[in-house]
Write a protein that binds this ligand. Structure first.
Ligand code: PLP
Length: 435
């Protein structure tokens, strides 16, 4: 029982450095959050030692009496957090992450080479929603299934539902996927349901980014309209890194097996081995926390903070994709300033602001993203309010103003030349001190 600092000072030191980085920097990555001490304790517990392939009451290993209790508790909390009735919905809490949850869901719903439609990655969709380029199938969701993406309108930044409907007429998908990694507006689930029904397709929502907001009632609930809902658990939901698959009990009854049987079988044994019980414990704790008035207040604050930051950026004359945000993130279009997302991500890193480059409305590909994605969930967990986010927007404005000057000085569009000038800049050092 030697503590980590003695057993392995190298790893202990790296962890301490990372902890300090998280403390010292302005954390604006839209897919990250700060989970609680209680979640981390559960995640680092003795449950990590236990094998429990199978489901509660039907395991391939002995000694699972407590793990069975834990998994049933986690399932119940997942249903409670999203206000779901156990007679209508079930949930599998074993996926290791959002990506594996999605692949298991596709495995449950489709046969190899069936057709799916998801939001294209440059439009804000996720890799696992069928991503491929003109030249290459990138994700297993496009390698093992056929994919035809739908897109946002390049002017408005809003999903082009008319085009989606037209293309679905031609493509006749077996599965329609909604949900995104970088989409600042809420979804028209009712319209998507109608499109799916026309083609007897399943409708799956991957609510990974917004699941905390859905739990708190701050975004429309996809459960009203979808057959299957997946999520990971560490974004706005503020849990450990894991995944969940919710399935409607009575969907697809025409098929030989129920959706419940197909989802459970797809998770194990089709896609995964033994569940990570320590993580399931962390998820259970996070779901309990998500089902409290304090969490509802948190989610409201996340949205209020996003609105405040968006309004401040717009007041400086900047362009945001889709004109603003309904959720926890904004997409800031830097193309009018002739800057790329990569340059701003790098220069932000130099001044202790952490965010990521992202394709934005009007970008042709994801290779040179024309903007950045900025999220408010992590800093809201640290107590930031609207005025703090206005100050964050002021820092971002100052960073971009410096970047415009650096670009001029570099006299080249290359990131390497831009960074050479940035590393030597006194203005960057001065801004870093202020941040
Ligand atoms: N789905 C969406 C919408 C995401 O944004 C992400 C991650 O960014 C994932 C799935 C993948 O989740 P994970 O990283 O937990 O595998």
């Amino acid at each position: 029982n030697t503590p980590l600092s003695e057993a392995d000072p190298d790893v202990a030191k790296i962890i301490e450095h990372e902890k300090y980085r998280q403390f010292a920097e302005l954390e604006l990555i839209a897919s990250e959050n700060f989970t609680s001490q209680a979640v981390m304790e559960a995640n680092g517990s003795a449950l990590t030692n236990k094998y429990s392939e199978g489901l509660p009451g039907a395991r391939y290993y002995g000694g699972n009496q407590y793990v069975d209790q834990l998994e049933l508790l986690c399932q119940q909390r997942a249903l409670d957090a999203f206000k779901l009735d156990a007679s209508e919905w079930g949930v599998n809490v074993q996926p290791y992450s959002g990506s594996t949850a999605n692949f298991a869901a596709l495995t449950a719903l489709l046969k190899p080479f069936d057709r799916l439609m998801g939001l294209d990655l440059p439009s804000g969709g996720h890799l696992t929603h069928g991503y491929q380029t003109d030249k290459k199938k990138i994700s297993s969701s496009s390698i093992y299934f056929q994919s035809m993406p739908y897109r946002i309108d390049s002017e408005s930044g809003i999903i082009d539902y008319n085009r989606l409907e037209e293309n679905a007429e031609l493509y006749r998908p077996q599965l329609l996927i909604c949900g995104a990694s970088a989409y600042p507006r809420d979804w028209d689930y009712a319209r998507l349901r109608k499109i799916a029904d026309k083609h007897s397709a399943y409708l799956l929502c991957d609510m990974a980014h917004i699941s905390g907001l859905v739990a708190a009632g701050e975004q429309e609930s996809p459960f009203k309209f979808c057959d299957v809902v997946t999520t990971n658990t560490h974004k706005t939901l503020r849990g450990p890194r894991a995944g969940l698959i919710f399935f409607r009990r009575h969907a697809g009854e025409d098929k030989k097996e129920s959706l419940e049987a197909r989802v459970n079988q797809a998770v194990f044994p089709s896609c995964q081995g033994g569940p990570h019980n320590n993580t399931i414990a962390g998820v259970a704790v996070a779901l309990k926390q998500a089902n409290t008035p304090e969490f509802v207040q948190y989610a409201k604050q996340v949205r209020a903070n996003t609105q405040a930051m968006a309004a401040r950026l717009i007041s400086y004359g900047y362009r945001l994709s889709a004109g603003g945000s309904d959720n926890h993130l904004v997409l800031w279009d830097l193309k009018p300033l002739e800057l790329t997302g990569s340059k701003i991500e790098k220069v932000c890193e130099l001044v202790n602001i952490t965010l990521n480059k992202n394709s934005v409305c009007g970008d042709k590909s994801a290779i040179t993203p024309g903007g950045v994605r900025i999220g408010t969930s992590a800093l809201t967990s640290r107590g930031f309010k609207e005025a703090d986010f206005e100050a964050v927007a002021d820092f971002l404005h100052a960073t971009v103003e410096i970047a415009v000057e650096l670009q001029r000085e570099a006299g080249s569009r290359l990131l390497k030349d831009f960074m050479t000038v940035a590393y030597k800049s006194d203005k960057v050092v001065a801004l870093q001190k202020q941040v």
